[in-house]
Design a protein around this ligand. Structure first.
Ligand SMILES: [Zn+2]
Length: 425
């Protein structure tokens, strides 16, 4: 495409005049979702020849996830999300603070300063590490009330949807969802942030019906939806009380966020996280890990439906790291021939979960685990929309920041930030 034609078909300019390719960006993160998690989800839902919706995006990349921690090369979610949100690798546990202790500007903050609307959606506490790295700066991820305070008073996140109400309420406040479990009572250290949100004009919702009502009300520009006191699921090993039956699905939250954020003619930046993939993989609970993958896939469908209406939308699906060292193998009912392996003994030795049915096949598959922690594995990335082609191939997680900033025309905003920081000394 020649330059003139390119400009004619891409007339978007960011608020500071930098020519942008995309008006809006949606990053969907399956926390802990490695290649095997995606493939197992595919076998379950679409079979060996089918594809998850997230795997139908045209641009395919592979992303390295290691952090800059001096004690460990395996990342946690905070350092990984910091790399994606700021383009800087940091120590584990740090939330958009670099290894020398300086806060680093995030994609969400740059988008907000460029006049876009910004949102964070997750099935975990909405102040947990992954969303936190986009909208806050704290030395350690455990400081969740400070993260919530910064969402409201510093970064001005317009749409905030997920769990973790306990971190928004003062210490000892009753669980708004009625439990008397002390873990679900108020644990906040920054006052009554729910009251702060009301003063700042946020519409507040805590169930599916009110979420739809808020999304359909064109007067709503800021929305706080807290749907659980902590996670929107119960993480546990199989048979030990794990459950994933959220009051509102990730797809419903994504739809509401897109509906509200897209009313801004300057566009929006939205991060959507499915967190049960990681938390259930930590317990080696394959059924609920895979449910997490499928919940994320439905949210991807919502994002793509929006991008179809507004083609100036960059959509990216990836992970922050891999959890569990998951492997997919044939089940004992379908041994593969000609080599040792694949039979009953091997599936027993693998300590597998399953068998799970392979869609449209007479046999199943099993899932094996290497660890209950994170691994150093690379993670797949798929993308579509303006700027997505720069995400083909192999790269570090910091590249995601560069590509999204470039595509949204936030590069000059970043340069201005750096100059301002130098001027302040
Ligand atoms: Zn984890």
């Amino acid at each position: 495409m020649n330059q003139a034609l390119h400009q004619a078909t891409n007339p978007i300019r960011s608020a500071n005049g930098h020519r942008a390719e995309a008006r809006s960006a949606i990053i969907l993160i399956g926390d802990g979702m490695g290649a095997a998690h995606r493939f197992a989800g595919q076998l379950l839902l679409a079979g060996r020849r089918g594809r998850l919706i997230m795997d139908r995006l045209p641009v395919v990349g592979e992303m390295a996830t290691l952090s800059a921690d001096p004690a460990s090369f395996v990342t946690d979610s905070a350092a990984a999300a910091t790399a994606i949100a700021t383009g800087i690798k940091t120590t584990n546990g740090a939330v958009s603070i670099d290894p020398s202790g300086r806060p680093r500007t995030t994609l969400l903050e740059l988008a907000k300063r460029a006049g876009k609307s910004v949102g964070l959606v997750t099935t975990c506490q909405v102040t947990d590490a992954t969303p936190a790295a986009f909208g806050a700066h704290v030395i350690h991820r455990s400081d969740q009330s400070e993260v919530a305070r910064q969402y409201l008073h510093e970064s001005g996140v317009d749409v905030i949807l997920g769990g973790g109400a306990a971190w928004w309420l003062p210490e000892g406040a009753p669980d708004p969802f009625g439990s008397d479990d002390p873990r679900l009572q108020g644990r906040g250290t920054a006052g009554d942030l729910v009251a702060d949100a009301a003063h700042l004009g946020y519409r507040q919702v805590s169930n599916a019906g009110d979420l739809v009502g808020a999304a359909n009300d064109r007067g709503v520009a800021r929305l706080l939806g807290l749907f659980a006191a902590q996670e929107m699921f119960e993480q546990a090993a199989e048979g030990e009380g794990g459950s994933y039956v959220p009051a509102v699905t990730l797809a419903e939250m994504t739809g509401a966020a897109v509906e509200i954020l897209s009313r801004n003619p300057e566009g929006f930046f939205l991060m959507v996280e499915e967190s049960a993939i990681d938390r259930m993989a930590h317990r080696n609970n394959a059924p609920l890990t895979l449910k997490g993958v499928l919940e994320l896939d439905r949210a991807v469908q919502v994002a793509l439906a929006y991008a179809e209406q507004d083609p100036e939308t960059l959509v990216i699906v990836t992970a922050d790291h891999e959890t569990g060292g998951m492997a997919v193998a044939g089940s004992a009912d379908a041994p593969y021939p000609y080599e040792p392996g694949g039979g009953l003994l091997d599936t027993l030795l693998a300590g597998e979960d399953g068998p799970f049915p392979v869609a449209d096949e007479p046999f199943g598959f099993v899932v094996g685990w290497a660890t209950t922690g994170h691994t150093a594995a690379t993670v797949p990335l798929t993308a579509t929309g303006p700027g997505a082609e720069a995400l083909a191939g192999f790269y570090e997680n910091t590249r995601l920041f560069e590509v999204v900033a470039e595509s949204l025309g936030l590069v000059e905003a970043r340069a201005m930030e750096t100059a301002a920081a130098r001027a302040r000394g």
